[in-house]
Design a protein around this ligand. Structure first.
Ligand SMILES: NC(=O)c1ccc[n+]([C@@H]2O[C@H](COP(=O)([O-])OP(=O)(O)OC[C@H]3O[C@@H](n4cnc5c(N)ncnc54)[C@H](OP(=O)(O)O)[C@@H]3O)[C@@H](O)[C@H]2O)c1
Length: 278
């Protein structure tokens, strides 16, 4: 299998461009799924305290036999744990569940600006990074104004913003903003949670011409746009297929067509609304 490409974050840390997401994988299934992913060649695992499966991810990491420094483990601080002291405590809880002594990437899961705690949360992230407990710190579901505020009031610019992004919701403006600020875009729901995107006629036509599946073509589209994609699956055949995207190339016009298929197909909550939930 061709090697997974990597990007260099603004702090010099290398991040694999394809990882394994474990949202909605129940605790009793996550060890097997994560082991399958690691055995298949995935090195980045994306979990969160809110997914209630950090223990299983940690078990898979402990049992997999891959040296720790070859893996890239991400988790996220949940909304209820925002604030400086709360975040420091939540980090310790996540690390105990994961069974790790350092983390590769810690993300603020949602900005929740009405709480007005994400700056304090970010200062805790900066301390944890300065203390050597996290290699890289980033955010998730942040709008440009939130990242700009961190850049203005804090020291470290986020290395990553993990947002919903797929051809049904391509986020061209946000991706351009990230590029201008040196922030890597990480795509959640990169294949649109399989809610119609993979049956789109333009996607299936391009897939057919490459002898690839629609999911592989969509994942390749992320790779060629300089995005990190973290597809989830519990099926070994799909886990394997989803990483086999480094042995073919889309043309520039195919990348353009996939990025403008014109279906508004957002699958997750709108950050602008989710901000207001408790
Ligand atoms: N930061 C955030 O707020 C946030 C929000 C959502 C997600 N995420 C992260 O992003 C990861 C991925 O997002 P996601 O799970 O929402 O969506 P996704 O990866 O786009 O899609 C997952 C869905 O597609 C199916 N699938 C996987 N591979 C397939 C293939 N090759 N062909 C057809 N169907 C396939 C899966 O079913 P099977 O499992 O049955 O194969 C599952 O139903 C999450 O696991 C999580 O780590 C982050």
């Amino acid at each position: 299998m061709a090697e997974v490409t990597a990007l260099t974050l603004n702090d010099g840390v290398q991040i694999p461009q394809l990882g394994f997401g474990v949202f909605q994988i129940p605790p009793d299934e996550v060890v097997k799924a994560t082991r399958t992913a690691i055995d298949t060649g995935y090195r980045l695992i994306d979990t969160a305290s809110a997914y209630d499966n950090e223990e299983g991810v940690g078990q898979a990491v402990a049992e997999c036999g891959i040296p720790r420094d070859e893996l890239f483990i991400t988790t996220k601080v949940w909304n209820d744990d925002q604030g400086y002291d709360e975040t420091l405590r939540a980090f310790d809880v996540s690390m105990a569940k994961l069974g790790l002594d350092y983390l590769d990437l810690y993300l603020i899961h949602w900005p929740r600006p009405r709480l007005d705690k994400y700056v304090a949360t970010w200062r805790a992230f900066e301390k944890l990074q300065a203390d050597g407990r996290i290699r890289s710190i980033g955010v998730s579901n942040f709008a440009p104004e939130h990242i700009d505020r961190l850049a203005a009031e804090c020291t470290v610019v986020p290395s990553v913003n993990q947002v919903e992004l797929h051809p049904g919701h391509p986020q061209h403006d946000l991706h351009a903003y990230h590029a201008a600020k040196g922030v890597v875009t990480q795509a959640w729901s990169p294949i649109g949670r399989n809610q119609g995107l993979l049956e789109h006629e333009k996607v299936t036509a391009i897939a057919g011409s490459h002898g690839k599946t629609p999911a592989q073509v969509v994942l390749r589209w992320h790779i060629q746009r300089g995005i990190v994609a973290i597809p989830k699956s519990v099926r070994p055949d799909r886990i394997r297929a989803n990483i086999e995207v480094f042995d073919f190339e889309l043309s520039a016009s195919e990348v353009d067509v996939i990025g403008h298929i014109g279906t508004a197909q957002k699958v997750g909550p709108d950050p602008a609304l989710f901000f207001d939930l408790s």
